[in-house]
Ligand binder design. Sequence first.
Ligand code: CU
Length: 506
Amino acid sequence: MNNPYSKINRRNFLKSAMTTGLLLPVSSSLLARTSIAKRNPLAIPTLETGTRKANQVSFNLKINASKTAFFQGLNTPTLGINQSFLGPVLRAKHGDYVNINVSNQINQISTLHWHGMTLPANMDGGPHQEIKPGKTWNSRFQIRQGASTLWYHSHAMHQTGPQVYSGLAGMFILDDEASLNSDLPQNYGVDDIPCTIQDRRFNRDGSLAYNTSMPDHMMGMQGSTMLVNGVVDPVLYAKSTLLRLRLHNGSNARTYHLAFDDNRPFYVIASDCGFLSQPFKTNQIRLAAAERVEILLDVSDRKQIMLKSLASTGNGGGMMPMMRMMNNSAELDILLIDARKAQASKHKIPSSLPVSAIHPDPRKAVTNRKFELEMGMMRGGPMGMMRGGANNGGGMFRINGKSMDKNRIDFQVKRNSTEIWHISNASPMAHPFHVHNVQFKVLDRNGKRPHPSETCLKDTVLVGPGETVRIVMSFPEYSDANIPYMYHCHILEHEDQGMMGQFVVV
Ligand SMILES: [Cu+2]
């Protein structure tokens, strides 16, 4: 994607680079908002539905290194999948047998993980399915879950953060009969818009800055230049007065507090792995790294509105002042929506939504497991972070006292069984906890009911400092005593530094 739309000149770029290069975050709202004439049309990713024979669908993906012109006159070295930055939107249907060839054309080991997908462990694309340079990996599985907005990304051991940051990610949309027959907007790129939201930091030469300071390692990599689908300062020229936005937080670390600048309400219809039971009306939603929500947005007043991330008092609150200061929680402009020429939509906000899969039943749980998320500074004070190194097999980022070890299976679960996991956060910042292969239901947060937007099936849940979140999940029928699935923090720098573990299903 050599962005042909880029109208950002060097001066605007330097403005951006200056704000992003400073240690202390500067709110983009302090700067003059980029005028609409200088904004870049939102790119709609290529929709890749593969080569189909009945319900057999084949995809060919190439991981490659290239350059992307985020800013006019500056070429940024990037990684991409079938394009220079990010990848196409893959799309398949419940019941399909997908066959995906992933060829690695970069000079480092990589993987592609199908985030949110139920599938055999050897097809998952985690750290154990590494693809060496020049090699091709074949992943085959049947889509056995319902309509949802999933995604895919690199999951290479210790390299997930830099590889995703450079561009190895894309959206994976699943359909089912109920969603296809529903009255929801579903005209791709017209009234059904994929939005992969990412923050980046650029150096003056246009290259991406990555992990340049201690806060980057500690808080995860954040930047104050916002991209949607790889476009800086994007504008979506709405074609319809009712938009379905698939909002995907593809950022390495940042949690967004999404709202529109006129505070208008919108309707959450789905989260990570399926639909809510009914649309949930709100004017603000929190979206942690790796989470997705689908919203319906009424723009029939044909105005220009800005999707923003509101300033927050930290990544979940309760942080120590030093960490709160380092956490970039400034207000950010994300996507301008210009609805002045929108055509009247034939859709309306529905009263009910397509029924998705059966939710796991906590009464059937046979096992309770406890997970404690820890960061180094909790033991031995802040200098513990600086020392790094191992203690009890643990580095600075741990789950239950241990850092990830590819050669250690942390536990076994039984196929077709139901378990309740208690995830506690003993660190001073929030962590988005992700489990491979399952869709779970959030039972409670410190004993309180979850937010209405979290009441559908999910694969990632944010756990705030001092919080215990209980989730229930039923493990599918796939089993493999040797190849594990991962569970981990989806702040990719935390994952790379050890906040990850592995389980096998037997
Ligand atoms: Cu984390």
